[in-house]
Write a protein that binds this ligand. Structure first.
Ligand SMILES: CC(C)(COP(=O)(O)OP(=O)(O)OC[C@H]1O[C@@H](n2cnc3c(N)ncnc32)[C@H](O)[C@@H]1OP(=O)(O)O)[C@@H](O)C(=O)NCCC(=O)NCCS
Length: 369
């Protein structure tokens, strides 16, 4: 079996640094903890796209542009209405991205200015698409974006149909920062492979969305709540975990290709989830996951990854499980676009395969169509 490209260096990148042994993560040199504590998602998006933190004026300009595009592109709601509300939300985002590719005058313009503009456009309207489908799936009418709001507040307002609390906005904002980039994860790699052919940003993002949807990537988070409901109480958690491992089943939200210790984002999200769940009927979920985590570490040396506690945070924000990876995409679109723009200057990505098929043989004359 091949390595799944483990430890292969497939790109030079100045965007994200990970130390998987010590559980450290930095965007453009800044520790994720400092970014999550002190910045807004918009400031982090600026950092990922431009390499430096924004000044006040630059940040205001980006916020204004995102807001302006979000309000101007409310037409994406019509496209969400055209597809079944029961479709997977990442498939719906992919439909809207591909549809936009057919009409956006900048689609095939790979200049830096055009790609920056498209990165802002995706980041502006992804929340509208996800919120619209979430409401349609619940039998509610989609809502137009409210002008003057940043990404987290705009999304929650469209989702709820009323103002979110400042705590809800800050919670989502922090979660968006934590999910914004993660080096050459599978979906980012897919985006880089796609744009390395000199295709375009829309094609790269469609590839990334498809890749994110699998249960070994963003799709893991969607399955965490069902797992918690199945376990039920902390007392059941150890035997449940052991029985799953004995059956060689994977436990969602655990394990990582790069981290050999706790994923630093998971540490932050666990603290956020613990605060949110306190005093709610779901408070025991933290204790359940603590037991599962202890068994996973003891039996398999595997640790919680970003998807585990993100599921709890999304749940407490009122997001339906099927939409967790789409909320992930609302954030990761910043990392995908930053990487795709960086890759444009690089070589085409074209690895080789070790051939394990039959050796030379010839079509018999008797076989013909
Ligand atoms: C993320 C993930 C795909 C990375 O895995 P990877 O580096 O490719 O490692 P492999 O899939 O080769 O797994 C290596 C071993 O660990 C086991 N393993 C990995 N993650 C596991 C999990 N979550 N539960 C149980 N066993 C797991 C595999 O079964 C395999 O065991 P084996 O050697 O006995 O066959 C993997 O940990 C996983 O499937 N996790 C669950 C899904 C998830 O949470 N994804 C979100 C990632 S952020």
């Amino acid at each position: 079996m091949t390595s799944g490209m483990e430890d292969i260096v497939a790109a030079d990148s100045a965007i994200t640094w990970i130390d998987g042994t010590h559980g450290e993560l930095r965007y453009r040199g800044y520790p994720i903890e400092e970014l999550a504590e002190n910045l807004s998602f918009e400031a982090v998006a600026y950092l990922l796209w431009n390499g430096e933190l924004p000044g006040r004026e630059e940040l205001d300009r980006l916020r204004h542009e995102l807001d302006e595009v979000r309000v101007a592109r409310a037409d994406v709601i019509n496209q969400v209405r055209q597809v079944p509300a029961t479709a997977h939300p990442l498939d719906v985002l992919r439909v809207v991205v591909s549809s936009d590719a057919t009409t956006n005058p900048l689609t095939w313009d790979n200049t830096t200015d055009a790609n920056r503009r498209k990165a802002i456009e995706f980041t502006a309207w992804f929340p509208t698409v996800v919120a619209a489908q979430h409401r349609l799936a619940a039998g509610q009418e989609p809502l137009l974006p409210t002008p003057g709001l940043d990404t987290a507040a705009a999304f929650l307002t469209m989702l709820y149909g009323h103002d979110p609390s400042p705590q809800q906005v800050r919670t989502l904002d922090t979660s968006l920062i934590l999910h914004a980039d993660h080096e050459l994860n599978a979906s980012t790699f897919a985006a880089r492979v796609t744009i390395a052919t000199q295709s375009n940003l829309h094609a790269a993002i469609a590839s990334a969305l498809g890749t994110l949807s699998g249960p070994r990537h963003g799709g893991a988070s969607e399955r965490v709540v069902a797992m918690l409901e199945e376990i039920g109480t902390p007392d059941n958690a150890e035997s449940w975990t052991i029985s799953r491992l004995t059956q060689k089943q994977r436990i969602m939200g655990f394990g990582h290709r790069v981290y050999r210790t706790v994923d630093p984002r998971s540490r932050q999200l666990r603290a956020m989830a613990e605060r949110l769940l306190q005093g709610t009927p779901h408070q025991p979920w933290i204790a359940i996951l603590d037991v599962v985590a202890e068994v996973m570490q003891r039996e398999k040396n595997l640790y919680p990854n970003v998807d585990l506690y993100a599921a709890l945070v999304n749940h407490e924000l009122g997001v339906q499980p099927a939409f967790y990876s789409a909320v992930f995409a609302i954030s990761r679109i910043t990392g995908w676009t930053a990487h795709a723009m960086e890759q444009l200057d690089g070589r085409m990505i074209r690895p080789t395969a070790q051939y394990i098929g039959p050796s030379l043989r010839h079509v018999p004359e008797s076989v013909g169509v």
